[in-house]
Design a protein around this ligand. Sequence first.
Ligand SMILES: C[S@@+](CC[C@H](N)C(=O)[O-])C[C@H]1O[C@@H](n2cnc3c(N)ncnc32)[C@H](O)[C@@H]1O
Length: 291
Amino acid sequence: MKSGKKRARVRSRMADLADPHALYEKSVQSPEHDVPFIASYFQGYTGQPLRMLREDFCGTAAFATCFVNAHPENRAIGIDLDEATLQWGRTHNVSRLTADQQRRLTLVCGNVLDPHPAKVQLTVALNFSYMVFRDRATLRQYFERVRASLKSGGMLVLDIWGGSESQVLQEEARTIENPDDDGVGDFTFIWDQDAFDPATYYCTTRIHFRFRDRSRIRNAFVYEWRLWTLAEVMEIMRDAGFHDVHFLWECTDSATGTDTYQRAEKGEADLAWIAYAVGINADVPGRRAGR
Ligand SMILES: C[S@@+](CC[C@H](N)C(=O)[O-])C[C@H]1O[C@@H](n2cnc3c(N)ncnc32)[C@H](O)[C@@H]1O
């Protein structure tokens, strides 16, 4: 028998359907681009294939997962403080690997400031995560810990963000294409530079998401960082004992970025830029300095 009552159709808001970790990966990570770029830079520098790396601040381990998938001899360790984020990575990224690939990946819930015994060829720390260390002594301690876990000739690669716009309080919105059948569709990623103190260079940055049905997720991720300059990061890497500390600057094509990077002696006074800082655990035998 019909009740005669109209059943209300409840339609979930896109913000309720969306998974912040998935949105984050779609917005700011591209391991399928980063893994071959970093592996190829390592091989070009050392003459050795990259087979063993550590991803610090690995979060959902997108980079480490992609790396073990890239070659049957690749092994990776990912370290992150946050067990819930690691668990998301296990469920959504690691689970897609074969059993053999999973055996070659170790995820550690731990602090990158602590000693970690495994010796690796390369440590990578992406999306500016080391900026969580807001004083020189702690950043140096982190670099010393990284160096202690690198093999001789091993490499540290960090990304860094700067330019005069990095000190401006602003929200920058970008449309992210999302072809997945997840009920969310294309969405807007918003990078919110919410606070910057010129006395300390401490900054607060936030990530928000906006959806086509006008629902939003505010403060999906919030970072209390120090906006280290490239000069400071390279000085502290040298203080921590790294050799041949240098940086990779984005190549330009008629003044637009190309998303490809090469070793440079000087940067450009761009309004906003991303670069990579690189340090070597010891001189690579037979390699001429400054190549
Ligand atoms: C900005 S997210 C970066 C995630 C990922 N690396 C990426 O490229 O997008 C920063 C991550 O660093 C982790 N983290 C912060 N301090 C840490 C520490 N001292 N040791 C290990 N992980 C840390 C957080 O839990 C978080 O997952």
